[in-house]
Design a protein. Structure first.
Length: 320
């Protein structure tokens, strides 16, 4: 009887020990390794979007704090009469790069640009970070049309990430973003996904996939082009200046895709800036200056800011 009791006690002890280890491991990944943004997302059904950033939410990923304001932006809090508050307003729209995954809020290119423009022109300038991880050009069209346009921006800067902004929205960010998964499940999912991506990379899957979404005859590319043209038309209709920031994919395959994108922008008469020359001068193409996967570090955000500043008139707050 005594031996059976000891076995039971030991089993209970090991059970709780394993649970504690899993909890601590999950906490470690949440703070320093796990790209878990689950708790800052919510359904975007009210605006015909797949999902949005959850107002007044916060998470910590890899030691970086991501705080979302009441308008659903990774930015400072805005007052309730924000729309009536007449400032020169620039909205930066894009994916996780514009959002600033891996860098602090004030080191993202929207906030660096705001600092530079205020110093050069006026304190009455506001540059807001409206980037949402996982969004592509089609998502951004709906986001601008159904939500952002109500904020009466004077200018929209659209960050176009060449790696995947032309892909089909149904292939990105599935329902796990707004699901109520248990944290331990998220940990196991992360480990499983990390191994899967490694295998796909080794088989050349991502190269084939990228070629497919840049295929000029594909439905994905055609919808991307239609979305860019629609955003431009929407901006003109509301007297909003539009500027596209081309964000590179950081490898030797980008030149042919860049030519394809620039051709579309020129044909649609959409203004854009290209940081490639500055990136090559600073040797930031190779090795990769990433902090998490394909997300640029603070130095890259500084280069994006410098490139954006070159698009502004030297003497007044308007695009060249």
């Amino acid at each position: 009887m005594g031996k059976l009791k000891n076995v039971v006690v030991n089993l209970i002890f090991y059970f709780f020990f394993v649970i504690l280890c899993l909890i601590l491991l999950n906490l470690y990944f949440s703070l320093f390794g796990l790209r878990n943004f689950r708790n800052i997302y919510l359904s975007g059904n009210n605006y015909n979007l797949r999902y949005m950033l959850k107002p007044k939410s916060v998470t910590i990923v890899e030691g970086v704090v991501y705080k979302i304001n009441s308008f659903g932006f990774r930015d400072k809090e805005l007052n309730s009469d924000y729309v009536k508050d007449r400032k020169y307003r620039i909205l930066c729209v894009g994916d996780s790069i514009t959002f600033g995954e891996g860098v602090s809020t004030n080191k993202t290119y929207p906030k660096l640009l705001e600092k530079e423009l205020r110093s050069k022109f006026s304190k009455n300038i506001e540059v807001l970070n409206a980037g949402v991880p996982g969004y592509n050009t089609y998502d951004e069209l709906l986001y601008i049309k159904n939500y952002l346009i109500k904020l009466s921006p004077d200018m929209i800067i659209l960050g176009f990430f060449m790696e995947n902004d032309s892909e089909d929205p149904s292939l990105e960010f599935n329902n796990k973003m707004s699901s109520n998964k248990d944290e331990l499940v998220d940990l196991f999912y992360y480990l499983k996904e990390a191994e899967r991506k490694k295998k796909l990379h080794n088989t050349g899957f991502w190269q084939k996939y990228r070629d497919s979404i840049w295929d000029p005859d594909s439905d994905q590319w055609k919808r991307c082009v239609d979305s860019l043209i629609s955003i431009n038309s929407l901006a003109k209709e509301h007297n909003i200046e539009l500027l596209v920031l081309i964000i590179p994919m950081y490898d030797n395959e980008q030149d042919k895709f860049l030519t394809q994108l620039v051709s579309v922008l020129n044909e649609a008469n959409i203004k854009y800036v290209n940081p490639f020359p500055e990136l090559k001068k600073s040797k930031h193409i190779n090795p990769r200056p990433f902090v998490t996967e394909n997300h640029p570090d603070e130095r890259m955000h500084e280069i994006y800011t410098k490139t954006l500043l070159s698009a502004f008139d030297e003497n007044k707050l308007k695009l060249n």
